[in-house]
Design a protein around this ligand. Structure first.
Ligand code: FPP
Length: 244
């Protein structure tokens, strides 16, 4: 495969620089066990922590996890409340979590929809972890890529209106610079658990040339081996970026 990224000497494989994960299957995982759906989210949160640590140790530089979409509010109120409870709990842990792993935590998406205490915790977590040197973890919460693109277009229009940019100066780079992922390279590999083969409004602009990997494994069961398998598969891909 064509890739100028770090080759890990131990296993002789290329680690993707930026990995995105669509964490799907919590509800089905619970249903299979005769448990209420929120229990699946509780187990999903455990997997989230464990997999994040594992991936950071593998040398991945950026990990973007899709935790809650702009469409997820349509779920039954009881489930949304249960998910918010898990997020709130996680945000309390996040202040100290991943410190030993030197992981920098950022949140992408529209945080204004969350309760004030959650917004404060989100801001505080970002501030506390800002100087860390290890992997960057982006948690996509109330994230929707179409909204992200609308937001970028509005900012571009405002810059044109204010004479900071001319219409002719609008390039891919200028658009990318106004997305939530501004300044970051596009994801090399996007993994989706739970067996579906779609992006579900996740990084639509950034995923133009990402390698997509889908596994039937439900998110709470996603293991270190599952991640290794995704990376092995990624290593077999021939990335041409539209060339030959
Ligand atoms: C997908 O499973 C999961 C979600 C929509 C939301 C919650 C995600 C977590 C709790 C992961 C942990 C994240 C953090 C930041 C603590 P689903 O409910 O769509 O599953 P289904 O497809 O089986 O119904």
């Amino acid at each position: 495969m064509k890739n100028d990224k770090t080759k890990t000497d131990k296993m002789n494989i290329y680690m993707p620089e930026h990995v995105g994960i669509i964490m799907d299957g919590n509800g089905r995982w619970a249903k299979k066990r005769g448990l209420p759906r929120p229990v699946g989210h509780t187990y999903g949160a455990k997997t989230f922590k464990d997999i994040t640590r594992y991936i950071s140790k593998q040398g991945v530089k950026i990990l973007t996890l899709y935790a809650f979409s702009t469409e997820n509010w349509k779920r039954p109120l009881e489930e949304v409340n249960a998910i918010m409870k898990i997020f709130r709990q996680y945000l309390h842990d996040a202040l100290t979590d991943f410190r030993e792993d030197d992981i920098k935590v950022k949140f992408i998406g529209d945080r204004s929809a969350f309760d004030e205490d959650m917004i404060n915790l989100i801001n505080e977590t970002e501030e506390i972890s800002e100087k860390r040197q290890g992997m960057l973890l982006n948690i996509a919460m109330n994230y929707g890529s179409r909204d992200e693109i609308v937001y970028a277009v509005k900012r571009l229009c405002a810059d044109v209106r204010d004479n900071k940019l001319s219409v002719d100066d609008i390039t891919h780079e200028e658009i990318s610079a106004r997305l939530y992922t501004s300044g970051l390279p596009d994801p090399d590999l996007i993994i989706r658990t739970g067996g579906e083969h779609r992006l579900s409004n996740f990084m639509l602009y950034q995923a133009a040339y990402s390698e997509f990997y889908s596994t039937d494994t439900l998110w709470p069961d996603f293991s270190h081996d599952d991640f290794d398998k995704a990376v092995m598969e990624y290593n077999k891909r021939n990335r041409r970026f539209g060339g030959v």
